[in-house]
Design a protein around this ligand. Structure first.
Ligand code: SF4
Length: 284
């Protein structure tokens, strides 16, 4: 059976850097708190927790004067303030591409109403919202555009600045951006497609592989937004799609009548998880 693994399967540059830096920091410090899951992948979290990382949901849980990691997704501006008040040593591992978005919205927030296209509860989106000021709105679907417009109308601003969660699909971004331009007709609308190119290229490669094979395995955390997006793209192009976290989840599947399998993995999936799946399928 032919098995093809996407060239871009697995850690994106931002996650690669976060995991590498986190290991170095833990080696140096011993115990370091991490605000939220460092990456959306259970195996990576377990590995880092074994060497001293403590994951907390709330910054208030972190003891004063200790060390804290801000993960690749980024945190809202006020969390930096709280960390300062608690005298925490911050290891800011926010991905450079996310930091660039924070800087853009900070620059724009006095003069523009900021719209963030993305999942309302996604940590990266909440981080960006936290840098966007009061005159901002998260648009997750077309249904939110009217509400965003109502909020915009309450302001004196004549300019709308649109950014996006780095991992949303390019196609979906274009649909929402077009709708915003239609609805905010009298405003100056600036569309800034801040989707990460690592995400975009991975999504394209997923579609290409899914078109060639009738079975596709997507590996990644079930709570990982970019992994779920890959599964959706695969489903649009391929009959059988399995979204899994570890190889154990495909051990009951009968692959005997399948001539080829495509494998792709989300941005937080370690190489080891991908290899385990490949080796297992090749052994059948
Ligand atoms: S997907 Fe892109 S923006 Fe997000 S962490 Fe990875 S490299 Fe950074």
């Amino acid at each position: 059976m032919e098995v093809v693994v996407g060239k871009l399967a697995g850690f994106c540059p931002g996650v690669e850097n976060t995991v590498k830096r986190a290991k170095e920091i833990l080696q140096e410090k011993g115990t370091v708190y991490c605000l939220g899951e460092i990456v959306h992948n259970g195996q990576v979290i377990q590995e880092l927790e074994k060497i001293g990382m403590i994951t907390v949901e709330n910054i208030e849980e972190v003891p004063n004067n200790s060390s804290i990691i801000f993960r690749a997704h980024g945190e809202p501006e006020y969390k930096y303030e709280i960390a300062k008040q608690k005298n925490l040593e911050i290891f800011d591992l926010t991905c450079g591409k996310v930091t660039a978005i924070h800087k853009k919205v900070q620059r724009e927030r006095e003069e523009s109403f900021i719209i963030i296209l993305g999942k309302k509860k996604h940590p990266e989106v909440l981080g960006t919202k936290g840098f966007s000021g009061e005159n901002s709105y998260i648009v997750e679907s077309e249904d939110d555009i009217l509400d965003a417009y109502i909020e915009y109308e309450k302001t004196e601003l004549g300019r709308v600045y649109v950014v996006a969660q780095t991992t949303i699909s390019s196609k979906y971004f274009d649909i929402l951006a077009e709708e915003i331009e239609k609805n905010f007709i009298e405003a100056e609308v600036v569309i800034d497609k801040t989707i990460c190119n690592a995400t975009e290229i991975r999504q394209k490669e997923t579609a290409e592989i899914a078109k060639k094979y009738n079975t596709m395995i997507i590996i990644g955390g079930k709570n990982s937004s970019n992994t779920k997006e890959l599964a959706k793209i695969a489903e649009e192009n391929c009959e059988n799609v399995y979204l899994i976290e570890t190889v154990d989840e495909i051990k009951n599947i009968n692959f005997s009548n399948i001539s080829g399998v495509g494998i792709m993995a989300g941005a937080s999936t370690p190489r080891e998880s991908i290899n385990n799946v490949k080796i297992y399928i090749e052994s059948l």
